[in-house]
Design a binder for this molecule. Structure first.
Ligand code: MG
Length: 269
């Protein structure tokens, strides 16, 4: 029979052992109903565990955010080599921890991503501001090179609502205008669920959710199609993966931390 002191010691040792060395109890249940649409029971302990990801830290005006451990880094303040121009290398100006648009044309990721993506981007509109409406601090983030989330200096600068910052261009204005002043760093956190096509037909449209500076501005918005100027968008079938485009609209918008994560359901990771 254990003395109380030995019992306490055994408890302490057991609590300090690494997880794998402890006695394994089966997790959860298998005698519960199946969850419809899955092969898993309610509380099924055999279901795959979500992968462990170390989160990044939120940035400040002085400091860019850091990156989750499973993110694809598209720009870290120095290296812009994940991007190309229309013909050859991207020529946007990289200096002082930022990349700046310089009228050398749109840029595209060399790799293709999809169909479902989380994307983080930090940008800053030119100081002093110049131009009005669509002419002030204009760029854009295009999934598959064709579905535009507008980037525009909308701080005390009105334009048509479906063309303002975080609008699905030509379709859906943001819920609110969460813009910061020119020169301030702004963040977009975007979830893009790409459209699905089968046999040349649309079977599921694209959806976009966006937080602008932490404020929800697009709430799982369904896209009617691509985002042309002065026309209603429409879908033209394309592969599930595609390049991301950033627009050179002639304004020297600056960017720092840009990263994305491809999203996969836990059961298929
Ligand atoms: Mg634009």
């Amino acid at each position: 029979m254990k003395t109380p002191a030995i019992a306490i010691l055994a408890t302490v040792i057991s609590a300090t052992l690494p997880l794998g060395a402890q006695e394994k109890k089966p997790l959860g249940y298998q005698d519960t109903p199946l969850i419809p649409g899955t092969n898993w029971h309610v509380h099924d302990g055999l279901r795959p565990q979500p992968k462990v990801v170390t989160p990044g830290e939120f940035g400040t005006q002085e400091k860019a955010s850091t990156v989750p451990s499973d993110a694809v880094v598209l720009f870290d303040g120095k290296d812009f080599s994940k991007w190309r121009g229309k013909d050859g290398d991207a020529k946007w100006k990289v200096e002082g921890g930022v990349v700046e648009i310089n009228k050398t044309g749109d840029v595209f990721t060399k790799d293709e991503f999809g169909p479902d993506i989380q994307l983080h981007i930090e940008w800053s509109a030119p100081v002093p501001p110049s131009g009005t409406g669509q002419g002030r601090g204009n760029s854009g983030l295009f999934f598959h090179g064709k579905y535009e989330v507008q980037i525009l200096d909308c701080f005390e600068n009105q334009t048509y609502p479906d063309g303002q910052a975080t609008a699905i261009y030509g379709q859906t204005p943001p819920l609110v205008n969460a813009s910061r002043a020119p020169g301030q760093w702004q963040t977009y956190d975007v979830v893009f669920n790409g459209p699905r096509f089968k046999d040349g037909q649309l079977v599921k449209p694209a959806f976009i959710t966006i937080f602008h500076n932490g404020v929800l501005v697009q709430n799982h918005t369904e896209l009617l199609g691509d985002t042309p100027h002065k026309q209603v968008g429409r879908y033209v079938p394309h592969p599930e993966k595609g390049a991301i485009k950033m627009q050179d609209h002639g304004n020297p918008v600056r960017f720092r931390s840009i990263w994305l994560r491809e999203l996969k359901p836990v059961d298929s990771q």
